[in-house]
Design a protein around this ligand. Structure first.
Ligand SMILES: Nc1nc2c(ncn2[C@@H]2O[C@H](COP(=O)(O)OP(=O)(O)OP(=O)(O)O)[C@@H](O)[C@H]2O)c(=O)[nH]1
Ligand SMILES: [Mg+2]
Length: 226
């Protein structure tokens, strides 16, 4: 109980802010170690990292929160609050590990259960390790009609382009959600659709070790490669 009370006091985890016009939330999905955070190997200590970025699009300033997790992927599933109010999703796999590509289908399925219509893209990361892969085709994205990017988080190839395009799509989606479920959820506070960080019942439904839930690191990153 004490921990839940503490969570309520962390302003960054108050998801109501994403209702404001100038705020978007973009989430990252993918297996562990595909390079979502582009950090050197380290213990997955923090459940949640928010990378804050300010983007200028058509003379408008947009505050972007990139949500990134470490650790929860091991459960092959994310906590519902991770998806809550997200405006776009970046799905990442590692071109050197086939399993991470195969698992995209699972991540995508879970994403669509929570967020049926938000813009999503597929990122093939680590192309610096094998440039030849860019000759290959990866059909998952095509099959689902998703934009696809060959990226190297290590050397920066396509990273800024991908982020800019996804921010733009997140803003467009927010201005004109095609997602009926999403609109309904924003209007009604259905059980399970408000900020799940505040709802202990949901913790019981999908238990998460407290150290993952209650530790988080807030980063200020103006650098897209951060
Ligand atoms: N060669 C190469 N290595 C990369 C690239 N991006 C990340 N890595 C390496 O891949 C490993 C995993 O990167 P992370 O960013 O921690 O991966 P993650 O997906 O965030 O993993 P979790 O936080 O555990 O979910 C690290 O050793 C990175 O240095 C890349 O573009 N090229
Ligand atoms: Mg990470």
């Amino acid at each position: 109980m004490a921990a839940e009370d503490d969570d309520n006091k962390i302003p960054e985890l108050d998801q109501k802010k994403y209702d404001a016009d100038e705020q978007v939330k973009i989430i990252c999905l993918g297996d562990s170690a595909v390079g979502k955070s582009n950090r050197p190997q380290q213990l997955s200590t923090y459940a949640l990292t928010l990378y804050k970025h300010t983007a200028t699009l058509a003379n408008r300033t947009v505050a972007v929160d990139f949500w990134d997790t470490a650790g929860q992927e091991r459960f092959q599933s994310m906590h519902p609050s991770y998806y809550h109010k997200a405006h776009a999703c970046i799905m990442v796999f590692d071109i050197q590990r086939k399993i991470t590509y195969k698992n995209l289908a699972n991540w995508y399925k879970e994403l669509r259960e929570y967020r049926p219509e938000i813009p999503c893209c597929v990122v093939a990361n680590k192309i610096d390790a094998d440039m030849k892969v860019t000759q290959r085709s990866f059909n998952f994205a095509k099959k689902k009609g998703l934009p696809f990017y060959f990226v190297s988080a290590a050397d920066g190839t396509n990273v800024v382009k991908m982020f800019r395009e996804m921010i733009k799509r997140a803003v467009e989606y927010k201005q004109n959600p095609s997602d009926f479920v999403d609109e309904v959820m924003q209007e009604l506070e259905w059980p399970g659709t408000k900020n799940e960080f505040d709802t202990p019942e949901l913790e019981e439904r999908r238990p998460i070790p407290p150290k993952y839930l209650y530790l988080f690191l807030l980063r200020n990153s103006g650098d897209m490669r951060g």
